[in-house]
Write a protein that binds this ligand. Structure first.
Ligand code: NAD
Length: 474
């Protein structure tokens, strides 16, 4: 059950904001009050960073194997409490329980994957131009990591960052989205139960422009790992970059799914629907552009529209988000874009937008370029693979892209030419799995990869160690 009040978790203590202020959080499913969260400011953030800094030297002294064991304990505890965790996520986001359970399991898997690194965190040994010298590489932590996350898949968003960050010997301050305070608090409490020492994983609640910005600006934060919008990410990069902090940005997408004339149409429709509308389209990897070959456009469109009309709309995160999406759609319509399905608020007490399919927009239109982060997708017509690839790449973003084709040549050419961090052939525009590095190009990120062993490169720095066995021989 979601707590009525969500305080901060600093140095293992539950603390309200120093201002004494609280923010209301409502349920997206019906607009009723769910809980209040601490409205933190710079003072709360400073206390959390101080706690993290204090805990870090002792935490780093633990061996990687020990830290891996503690990470495993946390993952296993989350697995034990998966029903409770998923219920909190359902309350906060309004998503179906099945989805929330799947996300909880994904967060657990990330923890188990990272835990295994305790006994597998390989470095390299290499040669030297000098005699009697052995050279090897080891990982070293950075210090204090700020982990700022989006609301869309609350537990995986934290797990993807917190597990590798603390495993690598850093301590962390998590600033979850103000839309999902309770799952982050739950994760922080479980960490304490799992023997993660006080101060290693702190959670500070509040608005991005207040608590989040104070964390980014804090001089004693060594690394900022951010998942959110490109506009916020750009500011974070400039601000933390000024003091040369390491910055990882996992940002938005305007992901394209291409349907060729040789595609297995039913499969393409199924994946297009799932990619565009699951989690109410609130996925960085959502297929918000569907690019279809002329020859199959009408048949594909008919099946897609029919499928979208059968979907039960899930709520988006807030009334404000819903209004922003409705405004974007009505602006596009005023510019000549046509609505093939949805386009309006769905009946019900929550913040639901009917799954929306638009067509006839120009690739230059705002609706074609801006991420809406909701259940809205656009159809485009093309006559060749080269045209499709050009359209896919005509976007500020480059996170994921998919193609449906029976041709190996087309699949490989697309994989080579589409500008994205992830390519899928004959499936959806996917997110990641715990063992696969995930991230994008262009405005979708700054080149770091989350998850996989690639995540370790973000949360640690390599150190080159030169060993000269006998000083007399140098
Ligand atoms: P957002 O940028 O509004 O907020 C993200 C987080 O940043 C929140 O915790 C927020 O409180 C905080 N924040 C806001 N302003 C801040 C500031 N000035 N300083 C510091 N922190 C600040 O984004 P959102 O609406 O929560 O999330 C949607 C975006 O996230 C979409 O663009 C989506 O594509 C992206 N996203 C990307 C990935 C990925 O892996 N690439 C995954 C999920 C979501």
């Amino acid at each position: 059950m979601t707590r009525a009040e969500i305080p901060n978790l600093i140095a293992g203590e539950l603390q309200p904001a120093r201002s004494g202020e609280w923010l209301d959080k409502v349920r997206p499913a019906d607009g009723t009050l769910l809980c209040r969260l601490a409205r933190s400011g710079a003072g709360d953030v400073a206390a959390a960073v101080r706690a993290a800094r204090t805990a870090q030297p002792t935490w780093t002294e633990r061996t990687p194997v020990e830290r891996g064991e503690i990470v495993r304990e946390l993952a296993l505890l989350l697995r034990e409490r998966r029903d409770e965790a998923a219920e909190i996520v359902v309350d906060e986001t309004g998503k179906p329980l099945e989805l929330a359970l799947g996300e909880t399991d994904a967060a657990v898997e990330m923890g188990l994957f990272v835990a295994g690194e305790g006994r597998r965190s390989y470095g390299r040994t290499t040669t030297s131009s000098m005699k009697h010298r052995t050279v090897l590489t080891t990982r070293q932590p950075l210090g204090v990591a700020a982990l700022i996350t989006s609301f869309n898949t609350p537990l995986p968003n934290i797990a993807w960052k917190a597990f590798p960050a603390i495993f690598c010997g850093n301590t962390a301050v998590v600033k979850p989205s103000e839309h999902v305070p309770a799952s982050a608090f739950f994760f922080g409490e479980l960490a304490l139960e799992a023997r993660v020492p006080a101060g290693v994983l702190n959670v500070v609640q509040g608005f991005g422009a207040e608590a989040g910005a104070a964390l980014v600006e804090h001089e004693d934060v060594d690394l900022v790992s951010f998942t959110g919008s490109a506009v916020t990410g750009r500011w974070i990069n400039e601000t933390a970059g000024r003091r040369l902090a390491k910055v990882c940005l996992e940002l938005g997408g305007k992901n394209a799914l291409v349907v060729c004339d040789d595609a297995e149409l039913a499969n393409a429709v199924r994946w297009a629907l799932a990619s565009a509308f699951s989690n109410a389209g609130q996925r960085c990897a959502a297929a918000s552009r569907i690019v279809v070959f002329d020859q199959v456009y009408d048949a594909f469109r008919e099946q897609l529209v029919a499928g979208a009309k059968l979907l039960e709309p899930d709520p988006v995160i807030s009334e404000a988000a819903l209004e922003r999406m409705l405004d974007a759609v009505s602006h596009a319509v005023s510019q000549g874009t046509k609505v093939a399905a949805g386009g309006e608020r769905a009946a019900g007490p929550g913040f639901q937008l009917a799954p929306t399919i638009l067509e006839g927009a120009s690739p230059d239109d705002e609706i074609s370029r801006a991420e809406l982060f909701g259940p809205v997708t656009l159809l485009y017509r093309v006559s060749s693979l080269d045209d499709a690839i050009a359209l896919v790449n005509d976007s500020p973003y480059g996170l994921t892209a998919a193609i449906h084709t029976a041709s190996l040549h087309r699949a490989l050419r697309f994989a080579e030419k589409a500008q994205a961090g992830v390519i899928v052939v004959n499936g959806g525009t996917h997110g990641s799995e715990p063992h696969m590095g995930f991230g994008g190009v262009k405005d979708s990120g700054t080149g770091w990869r989350e998850a996989g062993i690639e995540a370790l490169d973000l949360y640690s720095d390599w150190k080159i160690v030169n060993l000269i066995a006998d000083p007399a021989l140098t």
